[in-house]
Design a protein around this ligand. Structure first.
Ligand SMILES: [Zn+2]
Ligand SMILES: [Zn+2]
Length: 147
């Protein structure tokens, strides 16, 4: 069954929909993705062109291209990564984090994954919070001393 997923950038200017059976995705750990996202990896859903539709704000989309063919699309207002056409093919690269409502992301592929995935650091204890903890609790867990 196809599910209808809404997506947007952080400021809400750019909006899109993906209507698909599943959100098949890949994680890329390359240095460009690390710099572009400010994180250890990017997570991208590859959507069929037929399953993807801009619903608002396409005129706010800006693009950055590297000579290698790498292309990053982002909102010109808030700089959030937004979908872009995958290398001129009938697919859209959709940043997983731009899709609303924490959908089920179906991870299929990882690229350039380092030996030890720092995001899954197995030898470090990770504490999860479902609500924002107090700053002092955060500082304590991050090993810094509150001012
Ligand atoms: Zn925006
Ligand atoms: Zn990459």
């Amino acid at each position: 069954m196809k599910l209808d997923h809404a997506g947007s950038c952080s400021c809400g200017a750019v909006n899109f929909r993906v209507v698909a059976d599943s959100l098949a995705s890949y994680r890329c750990y390359c240095s460009i993705c690390q710099k572009a996202t400010g994180s250890e990896f990017s997570t991208t859903v590859l959507a069929d062109e037929a399953d993807f539709k801009w619903t608002a704000g396409q005129e706010s989309v800006r693009e950055y291209r590297k000579d290698s063919g790498y292309m990053l699309a982002f909102c010109g207002v808030c700089s959030s990564p937004v979908p872009n056409q995958f290398r001129g093919m009938p697919f859209y690269s959709v940043p997983a984090g731009a899709i609303e409502g924490a959908p089920q992301i179906d991870l299929r592929v990882t690229l350039f994954k380092p030996e030890a995935d720092v995001s899954e650091a197995g030898n470090v204890e990770v504490t999860n919070f479902d609500e924002v903890p107090s700053l002092n609790v955060m500082f304590d867990l991050l090993g810094v001393t509150a001012p």
